[in-house]
Write a protein that binds this ligand. Sequence first.
Ligand code: FES
Length: 151
Amino acid sequence: MTIAWNAERAGAIIDEHRALRGALLPVLHALQEEFGYIDAAATPLLASALTLSQAEIHGVVTFYHEFRRSRPGRHVVKVCVAEACQARGSESLVEGLKARLGIDLGETAADGSFTLEAVYCLGNCALGPSVMVDDRLHGLFHASRLDGVLE
Ligand code: FES
C-alpha cells in the first residue's frame, strides 16, 4: 500500500539511503515503493542530498521504464511484452486487457482504478503470457481471468 506524496517522508527515505554507494537507484526504488511513483518534487531533494544535477536525476528516472512519474491507479496490471511471452500470445492479451480496462498501455483509468503497464520479462517465461496484478504474478494469463484475479 502506498501513501500520498509527502516531502518530509521523502526526505527521511533519502537520508536512510544517501550513504550507500550509488545511492540514486536504491533511493528511487524506495521512493516508488513508498509513494507508488517518483514525484517531480523529489528531484530537487535528491539533487541536494546526493550532490547531483536535477538533469542527471531526471535522466535516470526517465531512462528506466519501471519508474513512474505519476501516481498509479489502485490496481497496477503489468503485462509482459518480452519475446517469450510474445511467442505465447501476449499481443492479443494486451489487446484484451486494454479493452477490458478501457485504457492503453502506460495509462491510468480516469477513475483511478487501474494502471496498465508493459514490462519486459517477469521471470516467468515458461508459463507466459505473464501478468503481474499488484504484487502477484500470474502465468498462462488470459484477459478474461482479470475479474477473477481481482476478486
Ligand atoms: S518473457 Fe515474459 S516472463 Fe519472461
